[in-house]
Design a protein around this ligand. Structure first.
Ligand code: MFK
Ligand code: FAD
Length: 513
């Protein structure tokens, strides 16, 4: 036991150690409210560093498995998840990570509180954020479009703080012919008069959180008056809500074909599912499935932004902590100018992303608290519609790039699984793909621009300056540059397309033709 031993970096309380989050919360929240919620934010960070960290390790070591047959060759499709995964569900309920947003105890500020807590909770919840994001989105759709029965039987459980009642939801859109292009959906829904329900059959190619209690799914609707008659494309799709399992745990017309062998997100049970007579209820108007599910997409895309911000927060805290302890060429890393410049750049990226994320969250909170049709939130509604895909694309690209920088900042140790950066890198990477790829979301931005005849873009650049108003001096300049790069990124993605095809095609594409 001889020779040099590196001083081990400590896991810090992300709320207490991060001045960025504190300043954002001070800016958005009334003082009294911040004082009231601060102990909760400190506690959840402590939990993440202790029990959460232990649960994460177990979730990674003991990954989900599928037991398809019992020993008598009967098909059982039993999804086996670790106790740690189930514990995360109980903690999510107890901590109210969904409930806070819907109880609206703090009115429009409730979303900010919820997202700040989620960001800190994420450090110990890992991939359990995924079912929570979809659960939140499902609650929002039911709040907006659900029947009273859905509100009583499902919404009340999605937003419950009682672990024994809490439900999570899936979001089943992607099929083998199309994930971006859901208009190619093969799954069909036929009205069953006896059951007074829809019977859904087809194949869902990606189902994350296959242990969910309920799911929202898209299917092509048979005309009940003329079975066999359906509309093509996305205009033939409706949105459905279904229990995944009944109270005894029996699957509702679902066969689990296979668990996905993924690059990352290993703790998350993502499966391929065959649906055969799944009993479901329609949500919202027939043939408005894509529009109706977009309320989920717009929530989960903000979650992606929050998740990326949270990863960046952890990377920044980790590299700064290591720089205070690691000595090279006669000085601590923190005193080596070039390393300091690297850390400063990471910090700026994080600050800009955090400001952008919470700006979107604040708008979401206002829209939800005041009501979508309230004249006071009309500007917020159009800005948020534009900002959400930009936030999603930009934060995902930035967070993955930062994971590489964070890995390098630990030198060879960064490449070791023990630091956790490799796992974080693999996990954060998925944000570029799920809930819409960069190109698809770039086209979504284009659609909004065309629909608003470019006014949305002007609103965007004006607003970017306001978002960063509290930053001073060089931080301000560099953060502005950093945010402007988000536009460049989006712009370069469709410039080639635009120059080639001309404005007429852009407009046609924006109208969905
Ligand atoms: C930590 C975070 C964890 C997050 C959990 C992740 C778990 C993983 C879950 C998944 O990945 S679920 C699958 C996610 N899939 C996608 O995100 C699909 C990506 N593709 C798109 O977003 C396409 O743009 C889209 C499917 C919407 C295109 O569909 P279509 O068939 O071309 O429909 P169209 O005609 O473009 O849009 C239909 C209507 O919806 C239009 O309204 P109108 O009919 O009134 O004109 C659109 O304006 C509207 N719409 C589309 N996107 C919208 C929207 N409205 C509001 N917000 C949006 N985002
Ligand atoms: P494609 O749509 O085939 O995309 C291939 C490429 O084409 C991409 O680069 C894309 O950007 C590009 N592209 C597509 N359309 C255009 C266009 N018009 N112009 C230019 N480029 C374009 N889905 C669910 O429904 N539920 C889930 O729970 C779920 N969980 C997932 C979990 C994980 C870990 C992963 C990786 C995916 C999950 N997905 C889920 C699926 C995910 O949403 C889709 O993979 C994603 O939307 C992309 O669809 P696709 O795979 O069909 O790719």
């Amino acid at each position: 036991d001889v020779g040099f031993k590196q001083d081990v970096p400590e896991q810090q309380n992300a709320f207490l150690e991060d001045p960025v989050m504190a300043s954002i919360l001070e800016r958005y929240l009334p003082r009294e409210m911040l004082d009231e919620i601060s102990p909760d934010l400190i506690n959840i960070s402590e939990w993440a560093n202790n029990e959460g960290a232990a649960l994460l390790d177990r979730m990674e070591q003991d990954q989900p498995r599928l037991r398809q047959y019992d020993s008598w060759c009967r098909r059982v499709d039993e999804l086996l998840v670790t106790e740690a995964w189930n514990k995360q569900k109980a903690v999510a309920a107890r901590e109210g990570v969904v409930a806070i947003a819907y109880e609206r105890k703090y009115g429009q500020h409730s979303r900010i509180y919820q997202m700040a807590k989620l960001m800190l909770w994420s450090h110990g919840a890992g991939l359990y954020q995924c079912p929570i994001a979809m659960t939140d989105g499902c609650a929002r759709v039911i709040e907006l479009l659900g029947t009273q029965e859905m509100k009583d039987k499902v919404y009340s459980r999605l937003t419950s703080r009682d672990p024994s009642r809490f439900f999570t939801s899936g979001q089943w859109m992607t099929e083998r012919p199309g994930g971006s292009d859901v208009g190619r959906t093969e799954t069909q829904a036929v009205w069953n008069e006896d059951l007074k329900s829809w019977s859904v059959s087809g194949f869902k190619w990606f189902s994350s959180a296959t242990d969910a209690d309920v799911t929202m799914l898209l299917a092509r609707t048979h005309d009940p008056t003329a079975p066999g008659t359906m509309r093509d494309g996305s205009k033939g799709l409706s949105l459905y809500l279904a229990r995944v399992r009944d109270d005894q745990g029996k699957l509702n017309g679902v066969r689990i074909h296979r668990l996905k062998d993924k690059v990352g997100t290993k703790a998350l049970p993502t499966a391929e599912l065959e649906l055969d007579g799944m009993i479901a209820q329609q949500v919202g108007r027939t043939h408005r499935g894509v529009k109706n599910i977009s309320a989920i997409l717009n929530i989960t895309r903000i979650y992606c932004g929050m998740n990326c911000t949270s990863s960046m927060q952890r990377f920044v805290l980790m590299v700064k902590e290591y720089a205070r302890r690691r000595e090279v060429f006669g000085a601590l890393l923190k005193d080596q100018p070039l390393h300091l410049a690297t850390l400063a750049n990471m910090e700026l990226q994080y600050r800009a992303t955090a400001q952008f994320t919470f700006f979107c969250v604040a708008m979401l909170g206002r829209i939800e608290a005041l009501g979508e049709t309230s004249p006071e939130v009309q500007n917020d509604a159009s800005l948020l519609r534009l900002f959400t895909p930009i936030l999603k694309v930009w934060s995902a690209k930035n967070a993955f790039a930062m994971s590489q920088e964070a890995m390098e900042a630990f030198g060879g140790q960064g490449y070791m699984e023990e630091t956790g950066i490799g796992r974080a890198m693999r996990d954060v990477l998925v944000n570029t793909i799920w809930e819409g790829t960069s190109n698809v979301l770039s086209l979504d931005v284009l659609r909004v621009m065309a629909e608003t005849k470019g006014q949305a873009m002007q609103l965007y650049s004006d607003t970017v300056r306001n978002i960063l108003q509290p930053l001073q001096g060089s931080q301000w300049d560099q953060s502005i540059k950093s945010l402007e790069r988000s536009l460049v990124l989006i712009a370069t993605r469709f410039t080639a397309y635009a120059t080639k095809s001309g404005l007429a095609v852009l407009e046609a594409s924006a109208r969905g033709l």
